[in-house]
Each structure stands twice: as C-alpha cells, then as structure tokens.
Design a protein around this ligand. Structure first.
Ligand code: TLP
Length: 346
C-alpha cells in the first residue's frame, strides 16, 4: 500500500541531488568560521533575502530563539500573535531561556496581527512596565491555513516599528511558500523585517536546518546566542550542502504543492460532514473541520490511516484536522486521499 503522508512538510526526505552534494561537501570547523559550504549557504541565503548576513542553525525553533535572544535582553518584551508557533509550540523558550516576556495579541484568521492591537501593545516609558523591543510575525502562518503576509501589510507594521524603535522578526519557517504564493521576490517580502528565519527542512526538502538573515551586527549576536544554546555544529557543511540544493532547486516547485493543496481543499469541500473553504487555502497547509457526531477528528485520522492516508488531528480548535502538501505528494496521491476520505465519510 502506498502511504500518502500529509502530516507535515517536515517529513520530506533529501533528494538524490542533495545526497550527492552532502557526500561531496567540503567541510571545516564552522565555530572557527571555516566551513566553506556553510559559508556559501549563508552568503546565498543573505543574498536571496536582501540582508547583509546569515547564520545556519539546527532548526526553526533555534532560528527563532537566537533571533529573539539577539534582539532582546532579559525583561524586554516581544509582541507576538496568540496563535503564533513561537508562542504556542516552542515551550515558551524565549521566556524560559532568555527571560523575554511575551505580550500576546490576537492572531487574525489571515495570520495578521491587527495594526491597532500591535500599537496598543507597545508599552510606554514607565517604571512598572517591561520595555517593548520586538514584534514577531509568522509568514506563512501555520495555524492560519498557511496564509502569507504581503508587502503592503509588512510596510504598515514597519511604520509602527520605526515610530516606536522596535525590531521586527519574521518566523518564516515557510517564507518561500509565501513569496511563491504572492509571486514576489523574497527580498521585497523581507525588506521591512530586521530579521527573518526560514526552514530548509520543510517544503524545501533538506534533511536538517534553518537560516537566520539580518544585519551583520544582528548576525554576530545571533551567532553568540547559537553557541550558548549548543548550536555550534562544527563540520555541518554536510548538512548545509543539502540546504544549498534546497535554495537552488526546490523553491519554484513549491507552486506544485500549493496547487495540490487547493485540489485537496476543493475535493474536501464536496464531502458531507467536512467543512472547508478552498478559497482560504493559499499555500500548502489545509485545515478542515470534521463535523460528525459519531467520529472525533482523532478517530477520522485513525480510520484514514488504516487506508494509507496520514493527516494530523491538531490542537488548533475543536474538530480540526491538518494536511500539508510537499514534494513527495503527487496529484494522484491527492485523488487517492480524496477517495479514501469519501469512503470513510460515506
Ligand atoms: N512546525 C511543525 C510542528 O512544530 C508543528 C509543523 O509540522 O508544522 N515556525 C513555524 C511556523 C513552524 O511551523 C515550525 C514547525 C517551527 C517554527 C519550528 O521548526 P522546527 O520544527 O524546525 O524547530
């Protein structure tokens, strides 16, 4: 039985080109700055996002963590969406390890933080208050159907940040999905951000790693933060080599994942007991509701699993199931998933 695994785009396995590049990678001690493959990946990433410098890190979580630690000191405050990955799914690491106080504001259904909410969350200069330092945005937004934030919105947040002398960090785990969906140069999408972290190991298919981009000064601080977190990885050029292939070869094809997600959403919208609006699925993340008295989302996921279709019942709200498309998923797989779901719901 072919397994159609839609649980996450983190499941992608390295391509043949990546495995070859990994085997042949020149390496050195990256803590000495001497791994030529990591240096090349960092240069490429900085160039792609129009930033001065970049830093290769172990994961999306570490990318966010080193950025927050570089932007904020202990007792400083970061404004963050209540549905943001950093707020919900990273053990509150910035508070636990960095003493950074999160100030959550509601995440809107399209992944934005309302401008008036950001404005209202900025603290005035008062001895009782923490100091606001940072605004964190998520692009694309995982829990909000993979919605991309556009440049127009980024400019509006940028204006608030400049006025209050705040920094903007973008958790861009799926930043290239956003750029592809919006059909714009990633540089333009990153322009208003002081720092952007993006994952190589989600839709771009590399086995490990994320990259943080920003000014040289910011990256120097982020590099210190990475070291104290134990993230100085020495001869990690074998991993960065796959990241170079990911950036060179795997970006444009994300459009196929978006088309497959839309196809899945359109098929699901036809099924009794399932609620989804396909117009609200702009990238590769498909959330839908299973509204059946006799079947919880967890049972739904279990039933389709026995027929080779894997999805996640996520704690994002009642009755919610998530499917994520990626480069191992073909159009035929979507047909197969729809046919199994139709049987289970029938
Ligand atoms: N997301 C994973 C799981 O943690 C849920 C997934 O399957 O979607 N930012 C965003 C927006 C993310 O979606 C993720 C991972 C991260 C950060 C963390 O990345 P990793 O897992 O590499 O630490």
């Amino acid at each position: 039985m072919r397994i159609v695994d839609l649980r996450s785009d983190t499941l992608t396995q390295p391509t043949d080109a990546m495995r070859r590049a990994m085997a042949e990678a020149q390496v050195g001690d990256d803590v000495f700055g001497e791994d030529p493959t990591i240096n090349r990946l960092e240069e490429m990433a900085a160039e792609r996002l129009g930033k001065e410098a970049a830093l290769f890190v172990a994961s999306g979580t570490m990318g966010g963590m080193v950025s927050n630690l570089a932007h904020c000191g202990r007792g400083d405050e970061m404004i963050i969406g209540g549905a943001g990955h950093t707020f919900l799914f990273e053990q509150g690491g910035s508070a636990a390890l960095g003493g950074i106080h999160p100030h959550p504001v509601p995440t809107q259904p399209d992944g934005k933080l309302a401008l008036e909410d950001i404005e209202a969350a900025v603290r005035s200069d008062n001895v009782h208050f923490p100091r606001t330092r940072l605004i964190i945005l998520e692009n694309t937004h995982n829990l909000c159907n993979g919605f991309p934030l556009d440049t127009h919105y980024m400019q509006a947040v940028g204006e608030i940040a400049r006025r209050h002398k705040l920094k903007i960090h973008v958790d861009g785990a799926r930043f290239f999905n956003a750029a592809v969906a919006l059909d714009i140069d990633p540089k333009d999408l990153a322009a208003e951000a002081d720092s952007v972290s993006f994952c190589l190991s989600k839709g771009l298919g590399a086995p490990v790693g994320s990259v943080v981009c920003g000014t040289q000064d910011f990256i120097n601080e982020a590099r210190r933060a990475r070291k104290v977190l134990g993230g100085g990885m020495r001869q990690a050029g074998v991993l960065a080599a796959a990241g170079i292939v990911a950036l060179s070869e795997m970006v444009d094809r994300l459009a196929d994942d978006h088309a497959n997600a839309k196809k899945l959403a359109m098929g699901l919208a036809e099924m009794p007991g399932i609620s989804i609006d396909p117009d609200q699925i702009p990238t590769n993340i498909v959330f839908f509701e299973v509204n059946r008295e006799d079947m919880t989302p967890a049972e739904f996921v279990q039933r389709i699993d026995t027929e080779g279709i894997r999805m996640l019942a996520v704690p994002a709200g009642p009755n919610i199931v998530r499917a994520v498309t990626h480069y191992h998923i073909t159009t035929e797989d979507i047909d197969q998933a729809l046919s199994v779901i139709s049987k289970v719901m029938g």
